[in-house]
Design a protein around this ligand. Structure first.
Ligand code: MEV
Length: 325
């Protein structure tokens, strides 16, 4: 590495709007970047080992560490061309295990900062594309430690933000919404492991591939219709599709009674639809806030904020005192 001594990288969190789990089997899914995310400062060290400071603790990059974070950090740095010894200070504004892409956002922010540090001088557009591809490879190496068989949608959302359709084969294709989507995110307060729920479905698939394929096919058609509803600005249809996607996910046993309660509370408080987001088994739900328009057709953000506040209140005043934003 040459040039500067330290560099900063940032990445977004995400929500999966539709298609989680099915995307692991090659089906399409829709994700949207969140404003909240992760930041990392990477500083060159004169000699190894590389270290990562996160949330008050520090881990060493080590392939044989018993700590997943130490192994994931090592895997990220080792993707060719390997990053020489660095110290990383990382911060994440997303709850770990919340299904909001905290792990991918951390990986992408660290990989970006490391790539900036490794780069000598200005990069041209072609080099930029190669660097972003490498950032995704580094994030994939990290995610494999935590998730086993990641589809790549979380790292893609962390790197690019916005709303997009994603498949393993084709990557991301941006979607242009006719109207902005306003979502509330509600948390069970219980972290979940994406690896565990992905493995749960893999074991169902091994036992009864036909049954799981039926669910995947149902999700595939929900995703196809959701792309059309987003592009057409048909929020009612979109809400109905969210509810349908949630039903199929429940049938795959990745929902929980708390996730179901959060969805039911949101719907009774006026949400057009609600579903779990990410791996399930805990973590978060998303609820679609009904859009409000003034008589001149412009968006009435104040009324939408009131609608969102009703959903957040319903979550907070429930017996579980769920949090949301
Ligand atoms: C996790 O955010 C989404 C899953 O589909 C896993 C993946 O795609 O890697 C559950």
């Amino acid at each position: 590495m040459t040039g500067q001594a330290s560099a900063e990288g940032a990445a977004s969190g995400k929500v999966i709007l539709f298609g989680e789990h099915a995307v692991v089997y090659g089906s399409p899914a829709i994700a949207a970047g969140l404003d909240r995310g992760a930041r990392a400062i990477v500083t060159r060290l004169p000699s190894g080992p590389s270290t990562l400071q996160l949330g008050g603790g520090t881990v060493v990059a080590d392939d044989s560490s018993s700590n997943d974070l130490g192994r994931a950090f090592s895997a990220l740095l080792k993707v060719a061309p390997a990053i020489p010894p660095v110290h990383v200070e990382a911060r994440c504004e997303l709850p770990p295990g919340g299904g909001l892409g905290s792990s991918a956002a951390l990986a992408v922010s660290i990989a970006r900062a490391a790539e900036v540090l490794a780069r000598s001088g200005e990069a041209g557009p072609e080099e930029d594309a190669a660097i972003e591809a490498r950032v995704l490879s580094r994030a994939a190496a990290w995610e494999r430690i935590f998730h086993g068989n990641p589809s790549g949608i979380d790292a893609t959302a962390a790197a690019r933000g916005g709303i997009f359709r994603f498949t393993r084969a084709e990557g991301a294709r941006p979607i242009t919404p006719r109207h902005d989507l306003v979502l509330c995110v509600g948390s069970t307060g219980h972290p979940s492991s994406t690896r565990t729920t992905v493995e749960l479905i893999a074991s169902q698939h091994a036992k009864d591939p036909v049954l799981v394929k039926r669910s995947i096919d149902a999700i595939t058609s929900i995703v196809g219709n959701a792309v059309l509803a987003i592009e057409a600005g048909d929020m009612r249809a979109l809400g109905d599709l969210m509810n349908m996607n949630q039903l199929v996910l429940s049938g795959l046993f990745v929902s929980t009674s708390e996730l179901e309660e959060l969805c039911a509370l949101a719907r009774s408080a006026g949400a057009l639809g609600a579903k779990l987001t990410g791996g399930g088994g805990g973590g978060c739900v998303i609820a679609l806030v009904p859009p409000s328009f003034r008589s001149d057709g412009t968006r009435d953000e104040a009324r939408e904020a009131e609608s969102a506040a009703r959903i957040l209140d319903a979550w907070r005043s429930a017996e579980g005192h769920y949090e949301g934003f």
